[in-house]
Design a protein around this ligand. Structure first.
Ligand code: FO1
Length: 311
């Protein structure tokens, strides 16, 4: 069993080659749901859907989220009413949100629904939300206003300064069924190259998860989402700096050293490997930018290390 802590697009890009490397049935992904949002009365789980669509080979290759070959008739029709169209929901993607919302209204837990959706897409990996409870990432903007994660990320295009983050509901949430078992029973744990503060931190904020990961520290491998001081996608570099961290692999090492034994950094950061090790982590240097064929596979193989030969 290989268990990954996963956000959205960055994680999905690693999970697909990881499944090819070790076999999909061995892969367990604990996915962030702090980004979930209710719009038009529909429960949207962006990170779960991004991972699902990517593993199914159905994700939009340009955006990384949503479906390839999507149409937008519903959004166009909604524009007539000046409805909420800042969060773009494609016609086929909407079916996922309709189905999830109906099943939740029937009383099904989010974890069961995530499993049903993954199965319908032919996915053999085990995708689970971090919790079945409502945990929402809330973002405090410079100026004091607090908004939902998607309001910050999509509506405001993450172009506003942030002074604080909190994970509403986390303190009283419980890990979803299978989460603690997937952490405790994994041969190797991977912290995906997702935003540490808004994609991985909400997972660790669910009571019991961080402790369970820390107990496996020597088997935990993190992959830096920061390369040469910049985020490959999204606002991770700015958020780190705005919230008092260093936007570099050294800053990432400071965040993950208490819970992970190894950090994989990109070749562009080879010169910082010593500093990463000074933070108390082993440092592996490899190509991590998954924009060329084969990089994802070799990165996945490096992350699972000798557990591959055990398969
Ligand atoms: N991201 C955007 O930048 N703009 C969108 O309109 C948008 C719509 C959307 C719809 C469904 C979905 O599952 C994801 C969507 N995302 C969109 C991506 C997503 O909100 C973010 O990438 C994640 O929440 C960050 O991990």
């Amino acid at each position: 069993m290989i268990t990954a802590l996963a956000g959205g697009v960055g994680a999905a890009r690693l999970l697909a080659p990881l499944c090819r490397a070790v076999g999909p049935a061995r892969v367990h992904a604990v996915v962030n749901t702090g980004d979930d949002e209710v719009l038009h009365g529909l429960h949207i789980s962006p990170d779960l859907d991004t991972v699902t669509y990517t593993l199914a080979g159905a994700a939009n290759p340009t955006t990384g989220w949503g479906l390839a070959g999507e149409t937008w008739r519903v959004m166009e029709a909604l524009e007539r009413y000046r409805g909420q169209t800042w969060f773009r929901l494609g016609d086929r993607d909407l079916a996922t949100h309709l189905y999830r919302t109906q099943r939740l209204a029937e009383g099904a837990p989010l974890s069961a629904v995530a499993g049903e959706i993954a199965k319908a897409w032919g996915i053999r990996s085990h995708l689970m939300p971090m919790t079945d409870d409502e945990v929402r990432t809330r973002v405090t903007l410079a100026g004091g206003e607090e908004v939902s994660f998607q309001d910050y990320f999509v509506r405001r295009r993450h172009s506003v300064a942030v002074t604080g983050l909190r994970f509403e509901g986390a303190a009283t949430s419980r890990p979803a069924p299978g989460v603690l078992e997937a952490v405790a029973g994994a041969e190797r744990l991977i912290i995906c190259p997702s935003n540490p503060l808004v994609s991985i931190a909400p997972i660790l904020a669910v009571p019991g998860v961080e402790e369970a990961v820390r107990a496996r520290r020597q088997d935990v491998v993190a992959i830096s989402p920061i390369v040469a001081g910049a985020a490959l996608k999204g606002p991770a570099d700015r958020l780190l700096a705005e919230l008092g961290h260093e936007a570099s692999v050294v800053g990432v090492a400071r965040l993950w050293a208490p819970i992970a034994g190894t950090l994989i950094v990109d070749e562009a950061d080879a010169g910082l490997a010593r500093q990463v090790e000074a933070e108390g982590m082993d440092c592996l240097v490899a190509p991590t930018v998954m924009d060329r064929p084969g990089v994802g596979e070799s990165l996945a193989r490096l992350a699972v290390g000798d557990t591959l030969s055990a398969s």
